[in-house]
Each structure stands twice: as structure tokens, then as C-alpha cells.
Design a protein. Sequence first.
Length: 127
Amino acid sequence: MSEKPGISNSEWQVMEELWNASPRTLMELVRAMQKKLGWAKSTTNTTVRRMEEKGLVSYEEGPRSRLYRPCFSRDEVAEAETENFLSKVYGGSLSLLVASMAGQKGLSRDEIEELRRVLTRAEEAGK
């Protein structure tokens, strides 16, 4: 994501709907959010409008109504959110995050092996 607008939990829920199927009309989103979270039409409308202002979604005029689509992929948003979290909570230190997670949860042998593979790939890519 070139610009990294923060994304709220509510916005993430709408983005999930758009990532799963796009483009979607506002009424399709209203029905999906009503079913998923019990939102009123006005809640979905306000959320989508704010997302449009933030540059998270765009629309094109369809034959009967606007067709909304995400401006960023799930991976782009997840990466930006991860960077924001890492910066805010751990001062940008990935090692502090991993140490914290390992200390709180404990790691299984499989998770440790997966971490080794990730670190080996990162080391090889850095050469």
C-alpha cells in the first residue's frame, strides 16, 4: 500500500466482504453486514462512505447503482496493519514481537521449525 490508511475493525469487516466478492452494490453490502454483524443500513452506509473518503474502496457507476470494490488487496492491507502494529506496540522490533509471543503462548515443535524455515529464507534472501 503506498498510502497506509489505518483500518478499523468495522472497515476490515466490509473489506472482507469485498475481497470475497467484488464488485458489490451498497445494498449487497448492507444485506451481508446485517446478516454477519446485525448492522443497520445506516451503519453500513456510513462505514462505506468513510472508507471511500480514506481511499480504501472505490466505485463505478453501474446500470442501477454504484459498484464498490477494494482499492487494496488483503495482503497489502494485512502487511500495512502488521507494520503499524509492530511499530506501535514493539517499536518496530520483530524480535521483540516473536519473543513476546513465544513467552506468552509457548511454541510447539512445528511452530519452531516453521520459524526456522522463515528465518533461513530471510537470511538467504538477504545475501
